[in-house]
Design a protein around this ligand. Structure first.
Ligand code: F6R
Length: 250
């Protein structure tokens, strides 16, 4: 059963992007320069599309929004396959968020440890993350915090699991999926003033259940979210299909 501090909202698949996007839009209406943590992947696409549609309609101002990257492939740098490029194409470019309003996670192998420490220092200097969006990996990862990630982990290089590399094969279009990623750590993520876990599709149903109802620990790093201060889970109905009947609703 989910902890009472988690706000769980279960929505029809067609409402998924708007349900999560509204949390971001409401924050930006209150604080237009809010710092929002952004994941890549299939899950956040409808959320980014919602926010861009709101901007086009003149209902939302993204001109001061600041963004921080959640993770990246080690060594991806400026490759078109990098998460940085993906975010540029899918959201940052159309939203008009330039490099001055983006905190980029480091990815160059040389000096990566110092660069990760510098990233954490800059995140703190930028005032910390106001709202962190997250997807849920099939392994229970958030960011690239794969199973085994500790609750007190910070931004660092991680070895990607075979399941994660396989899940990302399509994205790499026949090129070899990198073996390592760089990720914001669990402890760093839990410092965000609000965390929003996005989960859609039937194939995430089992891992969402373990995330919300299984024991908290490094085997399923997403379970650490249950220790966060203001945590929202936006799940579509297929992803929520295995949750216990008593799970709390927001
Ligand atoms: C991506 C990221 C990953 C994904 C997760 C789910 O930046 O941090 O944790 O959110 O692997 O991926 P999708 O959304 O493609 O199912």
């Amino acid at each position: 059963m989910a902890e009472p501090s988690i706000h769980l909202r279960i929505v029809p698949p067609a409402d998924f992007g708007a349900a999560a996007g509204r949390l971001v839009a409401d924050l930006l209406r209150e604080n237009p320069a809010a710092l929002v943590g952004l994941p890549t992947g299939n899950t956040p696409i409808p959320v980014y599309e919602y926010l861009l549609a709101q901007q086009r309609a003149g209902a939302l101002d993204l001109s001061r929004m600041r963004a921080v990257m959640l993770d990246e492939y080690l060594g991806a740098d400026d490759s078109p396959m990098s998460f940085h490029h993906w975010l540029q194409r899918r959201f940052l470019g159309p939203a008009g968020i330039g490099p001055d309003r983006l905190l980029r996670i480091p990815s160059q192998p040389e000096g990566i440890e110092a660069a990760c420490a510098d990233f954490e220092a800059r995140l703190a200097a930028w005032g910390g993350c106001d709202l962190q969006l997250l997807g849920l990996g099939l392994t229970g990862h958030i960011g690239f915090n794969e199973p085994g990630s500790a609750a007190d982990s910070h931004t660092r290089v991680v070895r990607l699991s075979a399941i994660t590399r396989e899940a990302n094969e399509e994205y790499w279009q026949g090129e070899e999926v990198p073996a390592y990623g760089v990720t914001t750590g669990i402890a760093t993520l839990l410092q965000a003033r609000r965390l929003v876990l996005l989960v859609n599709g039937e194939r995430k149903a089992a891992i969402l259940r373990r995330t919300l109802e299984g024991p908290i620990g490094p085997d399923v790093p997403a379970t650490f979210l249950r220790q966060g201060r203001d945590v929202w889970v936006i799940a579509d109905q297929p992803a929520a299909a295995l949750l216990g009947a008593g799970a709390p609703h927001a």
